[in-house]
Write a protein that binds this ligand. Sequence first.
Ligand code: CO
Length: 222
Amino acid sequence: MVSYEQIFEKNREWVAEMTARDSEFFEKLARDQTPDYLYIGCSDSRVPANEIMGLEPGEVFVHRNVANLVNNTDLNVLSVINFAVKHLSVKHIIVCGHYNCGGVKAAMQPKDMGILNPWLRNIRDVYRLHADELHSITDEHERYNRLVELNVREQATNVIKTAGVQKSFRKKGYPVVHGWVFDLHTGILKDLNINFEAILKDIQSIYDLTGIASEINEDFDN
Ligand code: CO
């Protein structure tokens, strides 16, 4: 374990390393951020966004919470998406889950989890939406893995339901929304290859927020 004091030591080592690589690294970093990617992932300490994507500081805007959820009453995640789309003009939004996710596992247990109940409800709702498929999987571990994937897909769909994403895509052709799963056993990122445009088209029969009426409130488009 790294002690509290060692962290500052490690920070200085990192500063020296980055400066040795590029003497103007921090000067450039301080100037601005123009990331192409928004990453929405799990808070799990084993799934660090920059490292698994091989990206440097400044290259990915990050939001993390328990089980990578995109809840429509969570002002935190909605603000992140809105800022990333409207002000950073990100080209890609990624929802990244991971196998062995404790949040997803907790949601699979039929018990009262106290304060976590309303949060886990989002995952239990994903289970209900896909109950037929999940109930048909007899192996519990496989069912758990599949729920991780389906949760990513549903949360990515929730991103696509936002007005900011729909309007930006209509006007500029981006961002495109992706769903990934990280495998802790191998370190490999798996692209679920969700069909962004097909999902967008499909949900717009109900969730179309690109109409003129909603543009009146352009500044509040979540
Ligand atoms: Co997790």
